[in-house]
Design a protein around this ligand. Structure first.
Ligand code: AMP
Ligand code: MN
Ligand code: MN
Length: 355
């Protein structure tokens, strides 16, 4: 396992223009990836994997790419992610979902493994054991903290989503875009750009236009994916936001707003963990704080921590220091202990990583 964190110099997702064509990936890597796909027979087992607690970019880029492989004629495709086989409700109807299997049913010795939106092997859980064997491993990602753990690493920290990288590789493989592939890639693109709120260049909209031109309904997808939640999720959100804390002196005086949600909160409202992912958005909107933190208890005693900054802090560096990763303005890590303890660990690191 690669332990060193590779942060590419001069590439900063918070500032570097998004290219839309994964320009940070060199031609040799693209050629190797195309050769890896072309080099296995169409009836070979191909395993696709995305990160634990998958989000729209992880699932969307993986399933969009899987559908592209199906169009090329591949017949034995399986897509999976580590952990409980619980696809978040908003992504259950994604095209290509018929290819999803629980991690226990992943091909054990596929000659080709494709990995999506995964910055480090630690995000692969038990599926990390599939690496290092006979398989050729191609990684498609956009995290600056990516550890280059694949045989071929298509990593563009300037890309707005992993789907930008997936789209480019599909194009290079000669896969024509269709509405099903486009829906997957569009969900991925809108997830990671906050529905185009975090876009810095026109290239993302150019890709979106190409996807929408296949006939998909951007409005329907947005409503289904981001604007539809169970009533209990809305009540849960109210409680969790109600206990938010504003810590004005944190981050060198730039301020920190944070809250937490427990498994008990989820049980009380009969909700699945994915509903907690939306909590970071109202917290990051707090005017008095540069940094937003949401501490989410996914299994008893284990917390997924989401970090966001408006620019004063490099939260990727904070997350990496705590065993996680991410982007300069959006990152995360896994923690144990009480929420207050987690905040105490984060606080000095915010001061240490002021941008
Ligand atoms: P999230 O807060 O879960 O939306 O994640 C924000 C960013 O941080 C995403 O790019 C994630 O891939 C990354 N990230 C979140 N948790 C982890 C983790 N435990 N290890 C590495 N990267 C993470
Ligand atoms: Mn992701
Ligand atoms: Mn992503």
């Amino acid at each position: 396992m690669t332990s060193a964190s590779v942060v590419r110099p001069g590439i900063d997702p918070g500032r570097t223009p998004v290219t839309g064509s994964a320009a940070a990936v060199d031609e040799a890597a693209w050629a190797s990836a195309v050769a890896a796909v072309r080099g296995v027979p169409l009836d070979a087992e191909v395993q696709l994997i995305c990160h634990v607690n998958p989000d729209g970019d992880a699932l969307g880029s993986m399933l969009g790419f899987a559908l592209g492989l199906r169009r090329l004629g591949f017949t034995r495709l399986r897509a999976t992610f580590p952990g409980e086989f619980d696809v978040p409700e908003p992504y259950r109807a994604l095209p290509g979902s018929d290819l999803l299997v629980p991690e226990q049913e992943a091909y054990r010795s596929a000659p080709l493994i494709l990995i999506f939106d995964v910055a480090a092997e630690s995000r692969l859980g038990a599926l990390a054991s599939l690496l290092g064997g006979v398989s050729r491993v191609v990684v498609l990602d956009h995290h600056a903290s990516n550890t280059d753990f694949g045989d071929v690493n298509l990593v563009d920290p300037g890309a707005a989503a992993t789907s930008v990288v997936a789209d480019e590789l599909l194009t290079r493989l000669g896969v024509p875009l269709d509405a099903e592939i486009a829906e997957c890639l569009y969900v991925a693109l809108t997830t990671d750009t906050g529905s185009f709120k975090f876009v810095r260049t026109p290239a993302v909209h150019t890709l979106a236009a190409r996807l929408i031109a296949t006939g998909i309904s951007a409005a329907d997808i947005a409503r289904r994916t981001f604007d539809t939640r169970p009533f209990g999720a809305m009540k849960l959100t109210g409680e969790v936001l109600g206990r938010a804390v504003l810590d004005r002196s944190a981050a060198g005086g730039h301020g920190l707003a944070w809250t937490y949600a427990t498994t008990a909160d989820l049980e009380r409202h009969n909700q699945r963990p994915y509903v907690l992912d939306a909590l970071i958005d109202p917290i990051r909107g707090v005017a008095e704080a540069d940094v937003a933190v949401v501490i989410k208890e996914l299994t008893p005693g284990e917390w997924a921590v989401s970090l966001r900054s408006k620019g004063a802090v490099d939260v990727s560096a904070v997350a990496v220091a705590l065993g996680g990763g991410g982007h300069r303005l959006a990152a995360g890590f896994t923690a144990h202990g009480e929420p207050e303890d987690v905040i105490m660990r984060i606080r000095p690191l915010l001061d240490a990583h002021l941008a």
